[in-house]
Design a protein around this ligand. Structure first.
Ligand SMILES: Cc1ncc(COP(=O)(O)O)c(C=O)c1O
Length: 431
């Protein structure tokens, strides 16, 4: 048996023995213009549409049509408490208590709302530690909050990067940076999984180091929720935010999520940007002038939620509930490991994986750097797309590849690597 046919046999065996393989048929799988299925490895960017989503949106349209405003109480899922239908499963994914999570707004909006409460700079403690390669929206949000409080980002922002010649951050460097900032540090804002490199961070040591210095610890979990088994409550994090359109498969711009640790549940003295949906439910419709926040994360809500964009989340969370996060994580480790092993063996010297090898330090995503420079990398990316593989190119020089355990297969991982072999060979031949 050749090495290639051994890989084929391994892929087939893995798919045959995959206890989650039935979930693939619960998603719409994208096809090309000729109707041929694509290899969709972009779940880290936009997850696929659950087949059940349209029906759930349709039910809301139907209830709206039939009940009008009465639907707030008489819809199949009354809109007045619609977001509560999402809470238990969201809490499970976040590793948090139900009163610690809420689905609302979008990620960056939630980040702002929670920084209003948790970034409370003083003349001596005003600095924010983020990573040098932070997702731009996070950086913009932090910088604007710093300015809003009258500080200069040039002195208030600490941007921690990997060491010279390295792509990944070292845990000890994060802790050292926190210690070095000491009592000037007001907030540490870190990702759960770094969007560019796919590096996953252990939240608890970051939280502990921040708290030792008297600072707050918050997280952007856009690339972590539905990808890793999170223990947000146990980590002690003060707050976290995430979106639902990546691994949570809830559609472009879907309703996002937020976590506030229970020790802040009754921190009504904190400033917050308030709105009526965060007001005590029992008295909300008395329409009084005084704001009385709901204890817990729900108290940070501002507006009544957009039901049509929340509906797909019901479909998605139900899939996660049935699949089970620990089984998904098990398959993720196997599937991404299978892909990494193929890339290492079959593309040695041509493609480098910069994502950590230790499964504990990554999720589904692998970030690939193509040998020969950015121009070759771009050509390879274009060839992959032309060959029917959907990944994404991220500046300056990385192709992000995200096999997703809910709907991707080992066969796709193998076919992707075969395509990558052809693409790198072809890209290298062209001037
Ligand atoms: C890591 C990360 N943070 C923040 C955002 C911005 O999210 P939104 O546009 O939902 O605010 C994204 C979007 O992809 C992201 O990947």
């Amino acid at each position: 048996m050749t090495a290639d046919s051994a890989d084929r046999r391994r892929a087939d065996e893995r798919d045959y023995g995959d206890p989650l393989r039935g979930f693939r048929s619960e998603f719409h799988l994208p096809v090309d213009d000729d109707g041929r299925p694509l290899i969709y490895f972009a779940g880290h960017s936009l997850g696929l549409q659950p087949r059940a989503a349209a029906g759930l949106i349709g039910e809301e349209l139907d209830d709206w049509g039939r009940h009008g405003v009465l639907g707030h109480h008489t819809a199949r899922r009354p809109w007045i408490r619609y977001h509560e239908e999402l809470t238990a499963h969201t809490a499970e994914l976040a590793g948090a208590g139900a009163h610690e999570v809420v689905n609302m707004n979008s990620l960056t909006v939630n980040l702002h709302l929670l920084m209003v409460s948790f970034y409370r700079p003083t003349a001596s403690r005003f600095r924010v530690l983020i990573e040098r390669g932070a997702f731009p929206s996070d950086r913009y949000a932090v910088e604007s909050q710093v300015r809003f409080h009258g500080f200069d980002p040039a002195t208030a922002l600490i941007e921690l990067g990997p060491r010279e010649g390295e792509d990944l951050l070292r845990a000890e460097d994060i802790e050292r940076a926190i210690e070095r900032a000491g009592e000037t540090l007001a907030l540490v804002l870190f990702p759960g999984v770094q969007y560019l490199t796919g590096q996953a961070f252990d939240l608890a040591p970051i939280v502990a180091a921040a708290h030792r210095m008297g600072a707050v610890a918050g997280f952007d979990l856009a690339h972590a929720i539905g990808n890793l088994e999170l223990g947000l409550h146990a980590s002690g994090a003060d707050f976290a935010v995430w979106c639902s359109y990546k691994y949570l498969n809830s559609g472009p711009g879907a309703l996002a999520g937020a976590f506030v640790h229970e020790r802040h549940a009754n921190a009504f003295e904190l400033p917050r940007f308030s709105g009526w949906w965060g007001h005590d439910k029992a008295t909300r419709f008395l329409m009084g002038p005084d704001f009385r926040p709901i204890p817990g994360a729900e108290g940070w809500q501002v507006s009544n939620p957009p039901i049509l964009s929340a509906a797909p989340l019901i479909a998605s969370l139900d899939i996660f509930r049935r699949a089970g996060l620990s089984r998904l994580r098990e398959k993720s480790i196997a599937l991404t490991g299978f892909l990494a092993d193929l890339v290492d063996r079959r593309l040695a010297g041509r493609v480098a994986i910069i994502t950590p090898r230790d499964p504990a330090a990554r999720g589904n995503q692998l970030s690939l750097r193509i040998a020969g420079g950015v121009a070759v990398g771009r050509r390879v990316f274009a060839q992959l797309e032309a060959g029917g593989a959907i990944t994404d190119w991220r500046e300056p020089d990385l192709i992000r590849v995200g096999p997703t355990p809910l709907y991707n297969t080992f066969d796709e991982a193998l076919r992707f690597v075969e395509l990558l072999e052809r693409a790198t060979a072809q890209a290298a031949r062209r001037p």
